[in-house]
Design a protein around this ligand. Structure first.
Ligand SMILES: *[C@@H]1O[C@H](CO)[C@@H](O)[C@H](O)[C@H]1NC(C)=O
Ligand SMILES: *[C@@H]1O[C@H](CO)[C@@H](O)[C@H](O)[C@H]1NC(C)=O
Ligand SMILES: *[C@@H]1O[C@H](CO)[C@@H](O)[C@H](O)[C@H]1NC(C)=O
Length: 257
């Protein structure tokens, strides 16, 4: 009896991990109530206009867009907040009004390029110069692309493993139960590495938060962790905890059958 209870517990925990992961996956795929609240990373550039004006000594009319639903990446003006999910990014003008880019598999974390693609053409050269000058990871697009893509695949396969762990924990047999524990172990490992990569990436690019332009004014870019990352860490933790019941019940199951 005890073995079965343990497996029920482990299956339930992998179900909980899967729910957390589903919420993380839907982050920023569109503007509806739940997805818009969930993200991996946020980049607040609402003060960048001040930084740019302070660095060049000129005002920056038209730098920011005025139409929150204008398409992204078409020089329609910078938005205040750029928010990343795993499949797309959305950008918001002062709070709730925004628009999202295309939903793509393994969308990459490219905040610098996304900013440049929204900025009107006459600001591109000064913006590129000003943000690239301190030589931070924020502007190292190829590195960010490779790392976020790798993290995506780890998380994606980890999510499939979590689903399979839950599924194979349902029938009552020693074989499927062993399969479930293997999927849970692999899933937990992949989610751990994926979460670690995302956390390290955001930590790295947030070095831009404290930078100033030559005049001493803040550059005006602020990177913060999104709540989707906490969902990912929580899913890893729950799946890791589910391994304990698996091993306990493995022990008792082997004795009984
Ligand atoms: C973005 O940054 C501005 C100025 O730095 C701040 O006033 C605002 O509250 C921030 N918005 C968000 C959503 O963090
Ligand atoms: C939001 O943006 C609009 C258009 O740019 C502007 O008129 C309005 O004052 C802004 N609201 C806040 C709270 O910043
Ligand atoms: C804002 O952009 C959307 C999408 O391109 C467009 O349909 C709408 O007419 C624009 N609104 C204004 C006020 O320009």
């Amino acid at each position: 009896m005890r073995g079965e209870t343990c497996i029920r517990g482990a299956t339930f925990l992998s179900f909980v991990a899967l729910i957390l992961l589903i919420f993380m996956h839907v982050g920023q795929i569109n503007l509806s109530t739940v997805p818009r609240q969930i993200s991996m990373a946020k980049v607040n550039v609402s003060a960048f206009g001040i930084g740019l004006a302070s660095a060049t000594g000129d005002p920056t009319p038209g730098l920011y867009g005025t139409n929150a639903s204008a398409p992204l990446q078409q020089q329609n003006g910078l938005r205040d907040i750029y928010v990343w999910g795993l499949y797309s990014h959305c950008a918001y003008l002062n709070g709730s009004q925004g628009t999202c880019g295309n939903v793509t598999f393994a969308n990459q974390l490219t905040p610098f390029d996304s900013m440049l693609a929204d900025i009107p053409g006459n600001y591109t050269v000064t913006t590129r110069f000003l943000i690239s000058k301190p030589n931070t990871t924020f502007t190292n697009t190829s590195f960010l692309q490779t790392a976020s893509k790798a993290a995506f695949y780890l998380i994606f396969i980890g999510t499939i493993c979590t689903f399979l762990a839950m599924l194979s924990g349902i029938p009552k047999s020693t074989i499927t139960f062993l399969t479930a524990s293997v999927f849970a172990a692999i899933g937990a490992l992949l989610l751990l590495v994926g979460a670690a990569i995302w956390t390290a990436l955001i930590h790295e690019i947030s070095a831009i938060n404290h930078l100033n332009v030559d005049s001493g004014a803040p550059l005006g870019i602020e990177v913060t962790f999104g709540n989707g990352l906490w969902l990912l860490w929580a899913a890893f933790a729950v799946l890791a905890v589910s391994l304990f019941p698996y091993f306990v019940s493995c022990h008792t199951y082997r004795k009984r059958y």
